[in-house]
Ligand binder design. Structure first.
Ligand code: NAP
Length: 246
């Protein structure tokens, strides 16, 4: 069974590194034209585009801040105008600023809500305008097991990630009748810049599969959810965590 995303345009937010970069590479390997969004690290985003092109795929880098509604509107208008459609949106861009609640800074709370939650809402708003015209589309949002089970030191991050689950379920009900499928993926601990500095040995002991996840572990599921193989699945949250959250 092959996954064919030929002639699909996919926007992956926060794809300059980590999980987003792996998702961009995986979607492109199935034939999608991938828009590699980033906020600051243009060199890394260019590297992701080059790796996709070297493998025979199509991609372009696209800077915008998902938390800035005007930038999001302009970027999605430009993408839809130039490429003709937006078939897939992966809301992956995210930040975590870990702190116990009594030490949490208001500016960090704003950044986590604005990027993780409002950013995904802004991008879904703009992408769904194109998808509604096309009468098809896929939106996959990266939440976290922390938004389902909680974690000390991550209460604000968890609130934003839990918000994405309610958003996903509601949007799936709104857009399902229009042929647009909306799902969420909740990774456990994945080896990226975000988890650098965590105690890997202690984490491994807690994970039934005894390893930390890789970005590719998450990317495989996202590709499935963007493909025709998942055409009767919407409004769901899929955990990818080696069995940690059960
Ligand atoms: P990462 O390595 O820190 O990469 C974050 C990405 O998001 C970068 O590409 C960054 O762009 C981009 N970004 C941040 N703020 C942005 C903004 N305002 N606008 C546009 N792009 C922005 O993170 P990751 O570990 O791959 O995480 C990816 C997603 O998975 C996040 O939503 C995260 O919450 C979620 N997640 C991660 C884990 C984990 O264990 N790693 C677990 C569960 C969920 P620049 O490079 O330009 O800064």
């Amino acid at each position: 069974m092959n996954i064919d995303l030929e002639n699909r345009v996919a926007v992956v937010t926060g794809a300059s590194r980590g999980i987003g970069a792996a998702i961009a590479q995986a979607l492109a390997s199935c034939g999608a034209h991938v828009v590699v969004n980033y906020r600051r690290n243009g060199d890394l985003a260019d590297g992701v585009v080059s790796s996709i092109e070297a493998a025979g795929g199509r991609a372009e880098a696209c800077p915008f801040d998902v938390a800035d509604e005007a930038q999001v509107k302009q970027a999605f208008g430009d993408i839809a105008g130039r490429l003709g459609s937006i078939d897939i949106l992966v809301n992956n861009a995210g930040v975590s600023k870990d702190a116990l609640l009594l030490r949490a800074k208001s500016s960090d709370m704003d950044e986590m809500f604005n990027t993780n939650l409002k950013g995904s809402i802004f991008c879904s708003f703009q992408a769904s305008r194109s998808m509604l015209k096309q009468k098809h589309g896929r939106i996959v949002t990266i939440s976290s097991i922390v938004g389902m089970g909680g974690n000390p030191g991550q209460s604000v991050y968890a609130a934003a990630k839990a918000g994405l689950i309610g958003f996903t379920k509601s949007l799936a009900k709104e857009l399902g009748p229009k042929g647009i499928l909306v799902n969420a993926v909740a990774p456990g601990f994945v080896e990226t810049d975000m988890t650098r500095g965590m105690d890997a040995d202690a984490l491994r002991e807690m994970i039934p599969l005894r390893r930390i996840g890789t970005p590719a572990d998450v990317a495989g599921l996202v590709v499935f959810l963007c493909s025709d193989l998942s055409s009767y699945i919407t409004g769901q949250v899929f955990v990818v965590d080696g069995g940690l959250y059960t």
